[in-house]
Write a protein that binds this ligand. Structure first.
Ligand code: GLV
Length: 329
């Protein structure tokens, strides 16, 4: 029997790729070239499955060009790079990597929020520029995290993990807005209060975005929303670029309409809006919230578990669209 062929679209831990080689003919990409849309489609010719990351876009056109493709396994919890409706219509399985990155991403979101509140990046740049000549009472004066009101937009697994850090570790009052309200047994230990989006924007001292990207969350934070926030507030985005209108945010930061921001994700990344690069009161990191050795290995392993199960008649552990199972052929 011929072995199915799979594509590993980006460079990833070699020993984890070897797990795929035990089952499939593997074409990998150790040089980590970023394929154009046409190159990705050509690479997928004859492949039954693909290990992908958030950088690879899977859409109807690509699926139609590769009707033999049966599974696309994302090494990411977010899957806005995959047109799931197009997958459903063609019986293609999509999978993601939930849970394994929750605590690591929450650590980083909390660290970014603290860095914004306490002006860590801005003050470090000042020091490196050699501008530190004396101590003064108001130098890089910021706002407290402990005891403050933590606002969370998107109270899924990562939102709840950030809320736990705030409520249990830092004595913060937690308010949140989400498509649906949490069950009382999840809210109670955090003292979390469900509020309208407008109340969230008005009341939060530190607002953290953890909402998945979709047409509905596009520019969920734009000029109008920023105008509702306290001038002393901070905004942290560990969700997806596009949830925030980056141009509007840069303007609000420059005019000090909010105090500071911290961003791990950007509209059109890896490009960053040029205005964000020149405002001082923003912490910028290159989409690394889940980047610890243990967590990135767990994510890669889970994507591989999904791909192996999908193409060998097993049960993929974390399908996005389980309704297409069992896969044909
Ligand atoms: C990272 O952004 C992810 O979705 O896992």
């Amino acid at each position: 029997m011929t072995r199915p062929s799979v594509l590993v679209a980006r460079a990833v831990f070699g020993d984890i790729v070897d797990r795929l080689r035990a089952h499939f003919d593997v074409e990998d990409n150790p040089q980590d070239r970023i394929f154009t849309k046409a190159e990705l489609s050509a690479k997928l010719a004859g492949k039954a499955g693909a290990f992908i990351t958030g950088s690879e876009r899977i859409d109807a056109e690509l699926l139609d060009a590769n009707p033999q493709l049966r599974a696309v396994c994302n090494m990411a919890v977010g899957y806005n790079n995959i047109d799931v409706d197009a997958c459903n219509a063609r019986g293609v399985l999509a999978t993601n990597t939930p849970d394994v990155l929750t605590e690591t991403t929450a650590d980083f979101g909390f660290a970014l929020m603290m860095a914004a509140a306490r002006r860590m990046a801005e003050s470090e740049h000042f020091l490196r520029r050699g501008e530190w000549s004396k101590w003064s009472y108001d130098m890089f004066i910021g706002s407290d995290v402990h005891g403050a009101t933590l606002g969370i937009l998107g109270m899924g697994r990562i939102g709840q993990a950030i809320a736990r850090r705030g409520a249990l570790g830092f004595g913060m009052q937690v308010i949140y807005h989400n498509r649906s309200r949490l069950a009382p047994e999840l809210e109670a230990p955090l003292g979390a209060r469900y509020v309208s989006k407008e109340a969230l924007l008005r009341e939060a001292d530190h607002l953290v975005l953890v909402v998945p990207y979709s047409a509905a969350s596009h520019h969920a934070i734009g000029a109008a929303e920023l105008a509702l926030m306290k001038p002393s507030a901070t905004l942290t985005n560990v969700a997806r670029g596009g949830v925030v209108d980056d141009a509007a945010l840069a303007a609000a930061l420059r005019e000090r309409r909010i105090a500071a921001a911290a961003l791990d994700v950007f509209e059109g990344e890896p490009s960053v809006h040029p205005d964000l690069l020149t405002v001082p009161n923003v912490v910028l990191t290159p989409h690394i919230a889940s980047a610890t050795v243990r967590t990135r290995r767990a994510m890669a392993d889970l994507a591989v578990d999904n791909l192996i199960a999908a193409l060998t008649g097993g049960t993929p552990p974390t399908p996005v669209n389980p309704q297409v199972l069992p896969l044909k052929g």
